[in-house]
Design a protein around this ligand. Structure first.
Ligand code: AFP
Length: 313
C-alpha cells in the first residue's frame, strides 16, 4: 500500500483495498454491490430520459425520471446483496424492510442521484450512501460504519471511508474502480467557499462569515450540486461548504440522513469538521427520515469560525 497520503496506485481495485481495511466480509460485499450499482446509474445519467416521472418524493418535490430510475437501481442492488435489513431513500416515503432480523446485517440510507436537476444542463451529480450496522436508521451519524459517494462528472469517481481514512477510486475504461488517492487529508484553513441558498435570506451571522471568507481571499466555488462541491473541497483539502438556516427556512435545505451524515462522516475522517452551527452534525439524533439541518462543512478552522459568527461572535 502507498505510504504517503494521496499518492496514486492504479492497480489496486476496490475489493482488494477494502480487504486491507480489516472490516467484515458482509460490509466489503455491500460496498462492492453499491459500486456495481453505480455503473447502471451512470448509464442512466448518460442516456436516460431527462423528463419528469409524474410522481413526487418524500418532500412533495416533483421526481425526475432519473430520480426514480436511479432509486430503483440502488434499491434492487441493496436487496440483492442479501446483507441489508432496512433501506431508506430520499426518493421513498418510508423505510423499506428487506429482512427482519439484524444479525450481521446493515441498514442503508441513500440519495440515489443528488443534484438530479443539474443533469439536463450537463453538470456533475452524485450518489450519496450512509451505512449503519443493524436495523436502526434514526441514529447519530457518528455510529455509521461506512459512508461513500459516487461522483458522475468528467470522470466517475468514488470516495469511501469505513472510519480508517478517506480514499478515492476512479472508474477505468473497464468500468472498474481503482485506487487514485489514499488517506486524503483536509488542511486547517481553506481558500474556497461554496455558499448554498439565496444570500438575501441569510441571517446576519452568515453574511458576516461570507465577508470574512472574502476578506481572507477565498474564491467562490459553487455548482449547485452537493457531491461535486464537497469533492472539490476534499480533493483540494481546503475550503468550506455551507447551506445555512435561511430567514424563511430555519432548517436550511439539506437532509440529515441522506446528505449530511454521510458527507460529515467522510470529511471528519479526513481531518475536517461539520456543524449545524450549534453542534457537530455527527452528534445530531435524527427524529425523522425527512429531517433537514443547516450545515457548515470543510476545514476545521473555517467551520469553527462559521459557528462563532452564527452564534453572534
Ligand atoms: P436537487 O437535487 O433538487 O438538484 O438539489 C440539489 C441539492 O440537494 C444539493 O445537491 C445542493 O447543494 C443544493 O440542493 C442546492 O440548493 P440551491 O439550489 O438552493 O442552492
Amino acid at each position: 500500500m502507498p505510504k504517503e497520503a494521496g499518492t496514486s496506485k492504479f492497480q489496486i481495485d476496490l475489493r482488494r483495498h477494502l480487504r486491507s481495511q480489516n472490516i467484515c466480509d458482509n460490509l466489503i460485499h455491500l460496498i462492492c454491490e453499491i459500486a456495481e450499482a453505480s455503473k447502471y446509474v451512470i448509464n442512466a445519467v448518460r442516456t436516460g430520459d431527462l423528463g419528469v416521472a409524474g410522481t413526487s418524493n418524500l418532500y412533495g418535490e416533483e421526481q425526475l425520471a432519473l430520480d426514480v430510475l436511479s432509486d430503483r437501481i440502488m434499491r434492487k442492488r441493496l436487496i440483492h446483496s442479501g446483507v441489508v435489513c432496512n433501506i431508506a431513500s430520499e426518493e421513498m416515503e418510508t423505510i423499506y424492510e428487506c429482512q427482519a432480523n439484524a444479525g450481521g446485517l446493515y441498514s442503508v440510507a441513500y440519495d440515489p442521484l443528488d443534484g438530479s436537476s443539474l443533469v439536463d444542463v450537463n453538470l456533475a451529480v452524485g450518489t450519496i450512501v450512509s451505512i449503519y450496522s443493524g436495523c436502526e436508521l434514526l441514529q447519530p451519524g457518528r455510529n455509521q460504519v461506512a459512508a461513500m459517494y459516487i461522483l458522475y462528472g468528467p470522470r466517475v469517481s468514488m470516495v469511501y471511508t469505513v472510519g480508517k481514512g478517506v480514499h478515492e477510486f476512479t472508474m477505468n475504461n473497464l468500468m472498474e474502480f481503482t485506487l487514485t488517492r489514499e488517506n486524503i487529508r483536509m488542511e486547517a484553513e481553506g481558500n474556497i467557499y461554496a455558499p448554498g441558498g439565496l444570500r438575501n435570506k441569510y441571517n446576519p451571522g452568515d453574511e458576516k462569515f461570507i465577508r470574512h471568507l472574502e476578506e481572507k481571499g477565498c474564491k467562490l466555488r459553487y455548482s449547485g450540486g452537493f457531491v461535486p462541491d464537497i469533492n472539490q473541497i476534499l480533493m483540494k483539502g481546503k475550503g468550506v461548504f455551507m447551506y445555512p438556516a435561511l430567514n424563511d427556512s430555519p432548517d436550511g435545505k439539506l437532509r440529515v440522513l441522506f446528505e449530511l451524515n454521510p458527507m460529515a462522516f467522510i470529511i471528519v475522517n479526513a481531518g475536517g469538521a461539520a456543524s449545524n452551527g450549534h453542534m457537530p452534525i455527527l452528534d445530531m439524533v435524527p427524529e425523522s427520515l425527512d429531517q433537514r439541518a443547516p450545515v457548515y462543512i470543510g476545514c476545521t478552522g473555517d467551520v469553527k469560525q462559521a459557528t462563532e459568527f452564527v452564534n453572534g461572535g
